[in-house]
Design a protein. Sequence first.
Length: 233
Amino acid sequence: MEIAQGHIQAQSIAKQTMEFIRNQIRPGMELAEIRRLCEAEMIRLGADSFWYYDVGAFCFAGDQTALSVSGRQYQTADRRIQREDLITIDLSPQIGGRWGDYARTIVLQEGKVVRQAADVQNEEWRSGLLTEELLRQELRSFARPEISFHQLYEHFNRLIEKSGFVNLDFLGNLGHTIVQNKAERVFIEQGAELRLGEAGLFTFEPHIGRPGSVYGYKREDIYYFDEKGLQQL
């Protein structure tokens, strides 16, 4: 499929902003400051707005990373980043109605951002991040144009459970189509028969955590199919 330049630019802005904030996060920073810096950087890079209820950066830290809320209800928590901390940032830049959608969970260890999941010392956090990587690897093996959103949902929820985690999303879905009207999104959820090859751009964004834990992990990217197979935007 042909990808609109606006989508490419918006997702590039999200990726650049995530790298920018990784270099800015320090112990003692307020979570609201992280949000402000992310949103200002996206605008500086060329975003003209934020498509998800006008919130450009959804930020959660520590024992709130397992929370999953709609953008309608989201409020940035009044908390400061700790020397040992877990931070999830979900970015939603927009250019001319074209969306970017990109999320990562970041670990601070001894006051510094850890770049590789395997280097995280906290066993629970390391396991969560490595499981997110495992899910991405499985997506590349499992996804085919004829697979439906329902089949993707069923397969990955079984894999999440088999890996010792639960799906934390407040709607239970694992992603959605990239459109221009939020109300028109089709979600990767039970009963959704849209096929991957027909979906155009879609996100894959499992939000997972250990059963009963206050910690959650999220990694979101945009995918699509072309003549060579599954591609990441």
